[in-house]
Design a protein around this ligand. Structure first.
Ligand SMILES: O=C(O)COP(=O)(O)O
Ligand SMILES: [Mg+2]
Length: 237
């Protein structure tokens, strides 16, 4: 997709690490749950690396970490405290997060330019909706595919395929914008072009290592690459 070509009819965005910086509130949710369970806190920068594969995977990884990779004990911790983690995470969703700079404006501009917009995330659907509402992003999004909406999450292509079906479009009409190797794999399998931000998490590795079609620095750069210019402010008289 070269700069200046017609806009994709559908732009799908990943959520955590792409539209919204949620690392702080996810770390708070994990550490509050661990404190209640009598474990020491984990470093936020470690928890950040576990974002992007869904809530269950995140807490399973936390359980393994705090039990020193003792499988049996980890599965006990998971079974005992996962429901409480979901509650804490729900209550903290939207509290310590913020959209990446320029994200709300870019969504409005792309919508005004005629694109359908989707969010395709592994985060549970109700948490995703709650996050989008809390960040003032929900009204810009036409389609939400969250964790649990398809039998498999990313890196399976299923969530992207569902968004395409919901939009009534095919892979060639769409662009996916994400932040992780999970997003790159899902897009490749769905036959969708994938651009990726380097402001996200990607499991602790530079996103360029996952070979997206383009690496983006910012939302203004996304608009520029799509050949969409922000409307000029009206001159003051
Ligand atoms: O891991 C999650 O819960 C969500 O991650 P994603 O929005 O990057 O898919
Ligand atoms: Mg992500």
């Amino acid at each position: 997709m070269a700069q200046g070509v017609p806009l994709p009819r559908l732009i799908m965005f990943d959520l955590d690490g792409t539209l919204v910086d949620t690392a702080m509130e996810i770390a708070h949710s994990v550490n509050q749950t661990l404190a209640e369970a009598g474990f020491d806190s984990l470093p936020p920068e470690l928890i950040r690396e576990w974002i992007g594969k869904g809530t269950a995977w995140l807490f399973a990884t936390v359980s393994q970490q705090v039990t020193g990779q003792d499988k049996e004990r980890a599965s006990q911790v998971y079974d005992q405290f996962y429901p409480r983690f979901l509650q804490v995470y729900h209550d903290l969703t939207g509290v310590h997060s913020r959209p990446y700079p320029g994200a709300p404006e870019a969504l409005e501009i792309l919508r005004a330019a005629g694109c359908q917009l989707a969010v395709v995330t592994n985060k549970d659907r109700d948490l995703s909706q709650r996050l989008l509402d809390s960040q003032g992003l929900a009204q810009a999004i036409d389609i939400l595919v969250g964790g649990g909406d398809t039998p498999e999450g990313k890196p399976s292509p299923q969530p992207l395929q569902k968004a395409l079906v919901d939009a009534g479009l095919s892979a060639q009409d769409a662009l996916f914008v994400g932040d992780s190797s999970n997003d790159v794999q899902a897009a490749r399998r769905a036959g969708v072009t994938i651009w990726a931000f380097n402001h996200g998490y990607n499991h602790g590795e530079p996103i360029a290592m996952a070979n997206p079609d383009r690496v983006l620095d910012s939302f203004p750069e996304l608009l520029q690459q799509l050949g969409v210019r922000p409307p000029l402010a009206s001159p003051s008289i």
